[in-house]
Design a protein around this ligand. Structure first.
Ligand SMILES: NC(=O)c1ccc[n+]([C@@H]2O[C@H](COP(=O)([O-])OP(=O)(O)OC[C@H]3O[C@@H](n4cnc5c(N)ncnc54)[C@H](OP(=O)(O)O)[C@@H]3O)[C@@H](O)[C@H]2O)c1
Length: 321
């Protein structure tokens, strides 16, 4: 039996209950005693029944964990007692989770479990987005929207670690501080930031824009992208999916690039491992997640509520072990 945060009804955070339930069946993967679990936006969307597929209830959410290996397939790189971080497809808000071997990675000694629990969704997405989809080069300028959130702080940190100059957009002074801690050089506060981006780039615009917000922001992002700039479509936290007249892309030589790591992992063998391998040297060189609130597993609903009400700063973690 283990402690787990169960989603019992598709009612958002109110649908969660802390329960004792049976440990997941052993399928020969990497079995992990979870010490910390990350809370990400998709968890909120699933709890509301608003994600691509609705789960069968009751279910356990949680796609990011760090912990200690209980058992692992013989001959693989991991063994009992190793510290790991992992990307389960759900089930992470619990004492024990099991993942296929390709979804578990050694946790560098320098990182705490709370750091490790922040990596699986946002940091893999950030490096996949910036490097692979955005072809970011050192010395380029990156603009990150929603820069104080989980994915935002990840994009800021990874971009800076890759040698980019980072501009950030946030909605309040408090959040500006978080974006700075993450590694942003300039932080723009408020809803109108196109002119400020041009000013900070000698009129040229940003080479890469990480657009996590969608809605009205996406057109602004296209407007302040540099010639041959890449606007990365990452999420729609503003709630609405924008439409863009494509002549704007043609006239300004701007690319609008979709980024969905989960979808590509399903079709490109080894992609998750390759993405984690690209992240590891940055972690070893000092990149760290910006951890906001750490709560006990029992208080997971509060973490989802904070995402819902736009109240998060950095990454929210649930302490499990
Ligand atoms: N494409 C992928 O592969 C991928 C992977 C992971 C996550 N995502 C997506 O990325 C998005 C962000 O996830 P996250 O974990 O970073 O969430 P988060 O921590 O809540 O951050 C989201 C940010 O969006 C901004 N925002 C603007 N308007 C908002 C509104 N109306 N409500 C809430 N937030 C608003 C907020 O910043 P301000 O208040 O400063 O504006 C907030 O900091 C989600 O849509 C998620 O599904 C995509």
């Amino acid at each position: 039996v283990m402690r787990a945060l169960e989603l019992q009804r598709l009612e958002g955070p109110d649908g969660l209950r802390l329960v004792e339930r049976a440990e997941p069946p052993s399928l020969g993967g990497v079995r992990i005693a979870v010490r910390a679990a990350g809370v990400c936006f998709p968890d909120l969307l699933i709890s509301q029944g608003g994600y691509q597929e609705s789960p069968e209830l009751p279910t356990v959410l949680g796609q990011e964990v760090a912990g200690v290996v209980l058992s692992a397939p013989a001959g693989g790189p991991l063994r009992e007692g190793d510290r790991v971080w992992a990307a389960p497809e759900g089930g992470g808000f619990a004492g024990v989770v099991e993942v296929p071997p390709e979804r578990a990675f050694a946790l560098p000694d320098e990182l705490e479990f709370v750091d490790g629990a922040a990596l699986a969704v946002n940091y893999l997405t950030a490096i996949f987005a910036l490097s692979r989809r955005g072809a970011l080069h050192a010395g380029e300028t990156v603009l990150v929207l929603g820069a104080a959130g989980g994915l935002g702080t990840a994009c800021v940190g990874v971009a800076a670690a890759l040698g980019a100059r980072v501009l950030a957009v946030v909605s309040s002074q408090e959040k500006a501080q978080t974006a700075r801690v993450a590694g942003a050089e300039e932080v723009l506060v408020g809803e109108q930031w196109t002119d400020a981006v041009r000013e900070h780039t000698d009129g040229r615009g940003a080479d890469v824009v990480a657009d996590i917000v969608g809605g009205e922001s996406t057109l602004q992002a296209v407007r302040c992208a540099a010639p041959e700039g890449r606007v990365l479509v990452l999420g729609f936290t503003a709630g609405s999916i924008p439409r863009i007249a494509t002549n704007r892309l043609l006239l300004r030589n701007v690319s609008l690039t979709g980024v969905g790591l989960g979808a590509l992992v399903a079709t490109v063998p080894g992609l998750l491992r390759q993405t984690a391998d690209a992240l590891e040297p940055l972690l070893r060189a000092g990149l760290r997640p910006v951890i906001g609130e750490v709560r006990d597993l029992a208080d997971g609903a509060q973490a989802l509520r904070a995402l819902q009400t736009r109240a998060t700063r950095g990454k929210q973690i649930l302490s499990v072990g």
